[in-house]
Ligand binder design. Structure first.
Ligand SMILES: *Cc1c(COP(=O)(O)O)cnc(C)c1O
Length: 418
């Protein structure tokens, strides 16, 4: 069995450990929630202050040109492209994940219909993140289409000649299960179906290869593993084969071919730039760039493959330590044991106490989160989580369970955000 000293030894051998210094980790906190809101990079406050005080405060409107504000969505997009197997010029940062999903889903339905008018079904997973399902439900209703939800092993059997789009999240937010993007995209294409991927829990956490997988469209989140800060803008990608075909349903001026000609009619910009809609959120984009840079910094330490290797070592260790040190305490592993099917998080189900266990851990400085109805969720960010953190987190969990601490009333009061 792994000991505490083994964990220190693992940290000493870890070639990614210098990357932790990029982050302002608060003292006394073990942060296992980077899959929900990434830790603030050390560089962010100063950069945001510079944007606000110098670029906005002193240079005012001139900064759209002089500080390159106007091209920030593309510039930060090109950086994210390197993390998800896309080329520069194929990806932009804009809006939220929900809004971007609306755009690509709308485009995919239009493309499918143009090629085969009877295709009007969207297939997704029942346990996909709710906003993805709500967006698809709303759009399906508006278009007179149907949203069909299924379990992961039912996907293939549903892909028939009525289906327009397969819309999936690569890593499930509750189970932490990782889909094989290339295999499922190939199955979709073989059935004449377009594939949209949500990378919210994979971009910045594991190697993603959109071009290699031949995906059609992708969206992803800026504030999770990309460390862009609360409400950071999201990103959107379209395969270049759709470049001149995909429609932007939110035809705002920033996605116009020539916004500053101020013509009365909409003419979409070439390629992905048409997925911009309104004026970009400059301060948030600057913060997101700092976050993306923390992930790109791993390129000198083995890059995404090294991050993946460490992520699996962390989740493997956490599972081993919880199952041995907290045995008989009512926790059941909810994340796939097969590492090819595991993202960068581990979830345990607990019948009565998942919410309260997480609250008791937070009171001890170990921050994870709770997902209804019975899941305690722990995210492992290889950029800044250490093996000693894993040991210490499990030690706290063991004490919370053995002492029945989670039964205290104060840990059982539900807050608005869980
Ligand atoms: C976090 C997450 C989102 C977030 O969407 P917002 O529009 O930023 O609120 C969407 N989809 C998935 C799968 C997520 O995990």
């Amino acid at each position: 069995m792994t000991t505490r000293n083994d964990c220190f030894a693992l940290d000493a051998q870890d070639r990614l450990s210098p990357l932790r210094e990029q982050f302002a980790l608060p003292p006394g906190v073990i942060y296992l929630d980077g899959n929900s809101l990434g830790v603030m990079p050390q560089a962010t406050p100063q950069r945001v202050q510079q944007v606000v005080r110098d670029e906005w405060g002193a240079d005012l409107i001139r900064s759209w040109n002089s500080a390159g504000w106007i091209t920030l969505p593309q510039r930060v997009g090109d950086k994210i492209a390197r993390l998800v197997g896309a080329e520069a010029g194929e990806l932009v940062v804009a809006d939220s994940t929900s809004v971007n999903l609306f755009k690509v889903l709308s485009a995919a339905l239009a493309i499918a219909k143009a090629d085969a008018p009877q295709r009007c079904v969207i297939v997704s997973e029942r346990s996909n993140f709710p906003t993805d399902l709500y967006i698809a439900e709303g759009l399906a209703r508006e278009r007179g289409c149907e949203l069909v939800l299924c379990e992961p092993d039912e996907i293939e059997g549903l892909l028939d000649e009525r289906v327009a789009v397969l819309m999936l999240t690569q890593v499930n937010y509750r189970t932490g299960r990782l889909h094989d993007m290339a295999a499922l995209t190939a199955k979709a294409h073989a059935a004449g179906v377009l594939a949209i991927w949500d990378l919210a829990h994979s971009a910045g956490a594991l190697p993603v290869d959109l071009k290699g997988a031949n995906a059609d469209f992708a969206v992803g989140c800026g504030y999770k593993y990309l460390n862009g800060g609360p409400g950071a803008p999201a990103f959107v990608w379209a395969h270049p084969r759709h470049a001149e075909r995909f429609w932007q349903p939110l035809s705002g001026w920033m996605g116009h071919a020539a916004p500053f000609e101020f013509t009365p009619h909409y003419r979409p910009a070439a390629g992905i730039a048409r997925y911009l809609c309104g004026t970009p959120p400059v301060v948030s984009l600057a913060a997101l760039e700092c976050g993306v840079d923390t992930v790109l910094a791993a390129e000198e330490h083995g890059g995404m493959p090294a991050l993946r290797e460490k992520s699996l070592a962390l989740t493997r260790l956490f599972i081993e330590l919880v199952e041995t040190r907290c045995a008989g305490q009512g926790l059941t592993l909810f994340t796939p044991r097969d590492e090819r099917q595991r993202g960068s998080q581990v979830c345990f189900a607990h019948d009565e106490g998942a919410y309260a266990i997480v609250q008791a851990l937070i009171a001890r400085g170990v921050i994870g989160d709770f997902r209804a109805p019975d899941i305690a969720r722990f995210g492992f960010t290889p950029l800044y989580t250490s093996f000693a953190d894993v040991w210490d987190a499990v030690e706290h969990l063991k004490q919370v369970l053995e002492r029945g601490e989670w039964r205290e009333a104060r840990f059982n009061e539900r807050a608005a955000v869980t």
